[in-house]
Design a protein around this ligand. Structure first.
Ligand SMILES: Cc1ncc(COP(=O)(O)O)c(C=O)c1O
Length: 471
């Protein structure tokens, strides 16, 4: 049966139903089959889908009818206002990076790579194998499948210098994505009401997870070269914080990759303060001109808690990440993970491990590097041509984003709206600041669909900027 034609029929009939009167009769299966050039089986499948969605009802022997929608009185949820009180934090409901975009829009806002950048064939066959394996019916251990734990540990061990003890498989806890890992690490190692140092700007999801965990976020200025080490040392002294969340490689959003001497200084400061560095290695698979070297590989004293995600590089459908923590920290992380979700689906873990252990995975990563380089360079060149007042502080050596500074007087909200009405989605930089933004920034992602449209996207940004000057 053709799933695509069935979905096409469902989509088309939904439109028809939207303007039809309740109780209207749908054309017969035979008529629909002729209209859509599909088999009766495909049409019936589409009708069953519509019935399951509550759009139509079929009366056997009579036909299929648009379901009469019973308009009930509007529900009154006012009592919940009193029951819930004010929210603890007023975090934004949905980050711009998570917005889904219609096909015809140029999407420079998104966080997850387009399908053409994914190892789709590897993912599909990994799922087929996983579905046939015991993983489909077994409960995996709470910390993760031992083979996947071993893979995460071995990946980090490849960067471990001589004289440092590499992480053991047992130091790894598998999570359903890094976002979940961040929530756990902030709860388990920082705790509600306690200070957590973060780069500013930093990943919006980390800001959100910190707010949800009730930790008190303390911004440390950061930029194209990473955080200011002196400000970091002062912030540790001032606040007594015991943890610093950072992205030393291809930071989201700045693209910063720390130089080795900065990495040394930060690690030294963290050790001196008896603190943790929470290292988010989200872009490990997205090196372009450089390969990421995790700081965690150089620490065997348990100061660095390391997060490595596979969600973006394997597939957004395979939400898998590994957290490497040693000593009592690892025990606390695992305890929180268990309380939160007990264990991660074995099917997902098996599929993820299958993908990253295929020889073709390495080939995929090599190709990906070239594709990302071409996309990044095209977007940057397009901006330079069409939006010359948008300034790039540094060309990122990896990752998926560029971080663009706009003229100070820019009304960012209006610019984003203007771009959107021009068919281009961009993410306003404010979402990446834990406190007030220090300038007008845009985060532009070059891993979205249709890179051929990047020049048009840059043109729209340029037009929106020019419009601000003339208003
Ligand atoms: C810096 C950073 N950390 C973590 C995540 C979340 O990763 P995951 O999809 O594995 O939850 C993202 C996703 O955008 C990210 O940019």
């Amino acid at each position: 049966m053709d799933n695509d034609s069935s979905s096409r029929i469902v989509a088309d009939l939904r439109e028809w139903i939207a303007s039809a009167a309740p109780g209207a009769r749908l054309p017969s299966t035979r008529t629909l089959a002729a209209r859509y050039g599909a088999s009766p089986v495909t049409v019936q499948k589409a009708l069953r889908t519509l019935a399951a969605q509550g759009m139509v009802e079929s009366r056997p022997g009579v036909g299929t009818f648009v379901r009469a929608i019973r308009v009930a009185r509007p529900n009154d949820y006012g009592w919940q206002t009193a029951a819930l009180g004010s929210p603890r934090n007023r975090a934004p409901q949905l980050s711009t990076a998570l917005r889904t975009a219609p096909n015809d829009v140029i999407a420079l806002h998104s966080g997850y790579p387009d399908r053409e950048l994914l190892p789709e064939r590897l993912v599909r066959s990994a799922f087929t194998r996983a579905a046939r394996s015991d993983a489909a019916v077994n409960r995996p251990p709470a910390a993760g499948l031992p083979e996947l734990q071993a893979w995460f540990a071995a990946e980090l061990a490849t960067a471990t210098p001589a004289g440092t003890t590499p992480p053991a498989p047992g130091d790894v806890v598998v999570f359903p994505g890094s976002q979940s890992g961040l929530g756990t690490v902030f709860r388990a190692l920082v705790g509600a009401g306690r200070p957590l140092l973060v780069e500013s700007p930093t990943y919006w999801g980390a800001i959100l997870a910190a707010a949800q965990a009730g930790v008190q976020v303390v911004p440390v200025p950061s930029g194209a070269r990473g955080p200011d080490p002196e400000e970091l040392a002062r912030a540790f002294e001032r606040t007594g914080a015991r943890a610093f969340y950072a992205q030393p490689n291809f930071a989201n959003p700045t693209g910063a990759r720390w130089a080795p001497d900065l990495a040394d200084r930060v690690l030294g400061t963290v050790r001196r303060h008896g603190a943790f560095l929470i290292e988010d290695d989200w872009a490990h698979d997205f090196g372009i001109d450089a390969d990421p070297v995790p700081i965690a590989a150089r620490d065997d004293a348990g100061h660095v808690v390391y997060l490595r995600s596979l969600t973006k590089s394997v597939s957004p459908a395979v939400r898998i990440a590994g957290v490497v923590a040693r000593g009592p920290a690892r025990t606390r992380v695992l305890a929180d993970a268990q309380a939160e979700s007990m264990y991660v689906s074995g099917i997902l873990q098996t599929a993820a491990l299958d993908v990253v252990t295929q020889p073709a995975w390495r080939t995929h990563l090599r190709n990906l590097r070239h594709q990302l380089a071409a996309r990044r360079d095209l977007l940057i060149a397009s901006l330079r041509e069409h939006a010359p007042t948008a300034r790039l502080e540094a060309v990122p050596q990896g990752g998926l984003n560029i971080w663009v500074r706009l003229p100070d007087a820019t009304d960012l909200a209006r610019l984003v709206r203007d771009c959107e009405s021009d068919g281009v989605l961009v993410a306003p930089g404010g979402e990446w600041f834990p406190a007030e933004p220090t300038g007008a920034y845009l985060r532009l992602n070059y891993s979205g669909p249709n890179p051929g449209a990047f020049p048009d996207g840059a043109h729209a940004v340029g037009r929106a900027l020019a419009r601000q000057r003339t208003r």
